[in-house]
Design a binder for this molecule. Structure first.
Ligand code: ADP
Ligand code: MG
Length: 610
């Protein structure tokens, strides 16, 4: 049998290796930004076109490269950062593997221009799919510019796998944030399709956080500072009242590198025990400095995971430091850790006309009229949003009898609807609230238990999704400004038409600030920013997971946040209204996020578990 093994040519080997390092435009951005930092740059420009599909360019004022280094840097395992195996235990740079540029050059057309500070002329290298096409001298500023064009031009499978631009851009923005946040003394600018998204000036950590996330973060955070033999901790954690429903804004860095470390993240969250509700998460920006010989950053090719020798000590110190910050400053009324106090609101655009606040009232409203004949729009449902299209004042039970036929007629495919649909007896029974979270009623076939939050979520979701014309809105007495990061602001602008359908009135005020002048009646204006932040993070999450329909994602997110929370006491009438509304829904037994809404426990099983 002939020999069948051959050594792959470099171009193929590099393309395979590239899959590890560059899986989407954001990973190329990360490598280029880190190289610029390793080169000692104090000014870094990131220029992106079409979410990185056609161009990713990083321009820095770092040390630059010699003519031969400018060629050699595209070879695999070409690095100036380590020389021998021992150096792996004393890494002070972001890169050290020497594979990023080789990988990028294997899957894109790359133009590099670089000049060392004491040279007159720079050098230009053009390389495509690992082939050096040209090298020549050129006039260029000191430092390095690397332009990566047409990423994945020779790997169509990868190219086709890319998500829509707004999603790829949000990945790039996340990478940019992770790098720019912790390298806060460096100036950064970030352009996308010619529009400047960030213009950051070197300064203190808190200034960088405020520049990137909004000036209001200065009041939302407590400083953390701790120095021990094992670790030096510096940074900020959020006040408990600013905890969020998602883990989005948790930034932990080790030796200037963003890391994901579930145990350390848990240490910080543990410090908030009893201070924030379940399923809420603190925001934090924390930098740990540890001796490089005590960590191993060599675990994962994209290097967000690290291993610590002193992990359990670190856990304890981090939790204690966070707790101390919360305790120490939790008592203080005002915090003085802002080196700069200016508020950075963009000026209002020329054509912006502030809306006169309006107060709506119902002239027919009579608080002593209990006949239920007042204007239906002026009598909101008891806990907000329980009303669907059904007539008010109807007993849910009788309404349910009608609905039963309708459901059977219009949705014959739903053969496995819960038992309760065949239980007209249910209407005679009163309801009971259990643990502030469940509604209990009885049926002839057993005990009906309903998760009040999941049920309400289903009711609101169906209502939001079905409404084509804006729902009843409340004009806000004081319009509320909401601020987002530039990429989130773009995403938010895309969602405005859908939000308008739900009764929001939203205007723009500069590139990243929006003015909300009306909201659906159930929404509290004090929670708007949090509601939108959560909606954007849900939206990005579901878009990334399933490419789901935009309107559905939005309604699902709004419904989740508008739904009555566990622990909210409900009156008898409210519970009955909720059950009635629930049975108007097409799928009353599962919430839009897939949670089971109800259970029926037959009498014979009731005592089984006792
Ligand atoms: P690594 O960063 O792991 O060393 P890379 O492939 O990212 O590997 O880069 C290879 C080498 O190219 C680096 O070690 C560095 O010497 C040089 N280099 C890359 N980018 C720059 C830059 N922006 N300025 C100066 N030198 C650079
Ligand atoms: Mg590198």
């Amino acid at each position: 049998m002939p020999d069948i093994i051959n050594i792959l040519p470099d171009s193929v080997a590099n393309q395979i290796a590239a899959g590890e390092v560059v899986d989407r435009p954001a990973s190329a951005v990360k490598e280029l930004l880190e190289n610029a930092l390793d080169a000692g740059a104090t000014k870094i420009q990131l220029i992106v076109k079409d979410a990185g599909r056609t161009l990713i360019q990083v321009v820095d004022n770092g040390c630059g490269m010699s003519d031969s280094d400018a060629r050699l840097c595209f070879e695999r395992h070409a690095t100036s950062k380590i020389h021998k195996a021992d150096d792996l235990f004393a890494i002070h740079t972001m890169g050290f593997r020497g594979e990023a540029l080789a990988s990028i050059a294997a899957i894109a057309q790359v133009e590099l221009r670089s000049k060392q500070h004491d040279n007159e002329l720079g050098t230009q290298v053009i390389i495509e799919g690992c082939d050096i096409k040209e090298q020549s001298s050129c006039n260029c500023p000191s430092g390095t510019s690397i332009a990566v064009k047409n990423l994945f031009f020779n790997v169509p499978a990868r190219r086709n796998f890319l998500k829509k631009d707004s999603i790829e851009l949000s990945h790039i923005e996340e990478v940019f944030k992770r790098v720019a946040l912790i390298n806060y003394t460096v100036d950064y600018s970030f352009f996308h399709n010619g529009k400047m998204l960030y213009d950051l000036h070197g300064g203190h950590f808190i200034e960088r956080i405020a520049q990137m996330f909004g000036q209001n973060y200065r009041e939302r955070l407590y400083p953390v500072e701790e120095e021990t033999d094992v670790v030096k901790i510096k940074g900020f954690v959020s006040k408990p009242e600013y905890a969020r429903k998602s883990r989005g804004e948790q930034y932990l860095f080790v030796n200037h590198r963003f890391i994901k470390h579930p145990a350390l993240n848990a240490a910080i969250e543990k410090a908030y025990t009893d201070l924030i509700p379940d399923h809420y998460y603190p925001t934090y920006f924390l930098h740990l400095e540890v001796d490089p010989s005590r960590i191993d950053v060599n675990i994962h090719p994209t290097k967000t995971e690290v291993k610590f020798i002193d992990e359990s000590a670190l856990f304890t110190i981090l939790r204690a430091a966070t707790k101390r910050a919360l305790g120490q400053f939790g008592l203080a009324t005002e915090l003085e850790f802002n080196p700069i106090q200016e508020v950075d609101f963009p000026p209002a655009p020329k054509d912006y006309v502030p809306q006169q606040p309006k107060v709506h009232y119902d002239p027919n409203y009579n608080p002593f009229n209990t006949s239920g004949k007042s204007n239906p729009t002026s009598s909101p449902s008891p806990v907000g949003g329980f009303g669907t299209s059904r007539p008010k004042g109807t007993q849910w039970t009788s309404f349910f009898d009608i609905k039963k036929e309708e459901i059977i007629d219009t949705a014959p495919q739903q053969t496995s609807l819960p038992e309760v649909e065949k239980e007209p007896q249910a209407n005679k029974q009163p309801c009971l609230q259990l643990n502030g979270s469940y509604i209990v009623s009885t049926l002839t076939s057993g005990l009906l238990v309903i998760d009040q939050q999941a049920a309400h979520e289903r009711i609101i979701y169906d209502r939001l999704l079905s409404q084509e014309t804006p729902s009843a809105a409340q004009q806000l007495l004081f319009p509320v400004n909401c601020q987002f990061s530039p990429a989130d602001a773009d995403l938010f602008s895309e969602l405005i038409p859908d939000l308008q359908k739900q009764g929001f009135e939203i205007g723009t005020l500069g590139q990243t600030t929006f003015v909300v002048s009306a909201t659906p009646t159930e929404i509290k204006d004090s929670e708007l920013q949090q509601l939108f932040d959560q909606m954007l993070s849900d939206y990005k999450g579901s878009m990334m997971q399933h490419f789901a329909d935009r309107r559905q994602c939005l309604c699902r997110s709004l419904a989740r946040q508008m739904a009555v929370k566990p622990g909210t006491p409900l009156q008898q009438a409210e519970m009955q209204q909720l059950i009635a509304d629930l049975f108007c829904c097409h799928i009353p037994h599962v919430s839009p996020s897939g949670k089971k809404i109800m259970a029926i426990i037959p009498p014979e099983k009731l005592l089984n578990n006792v």
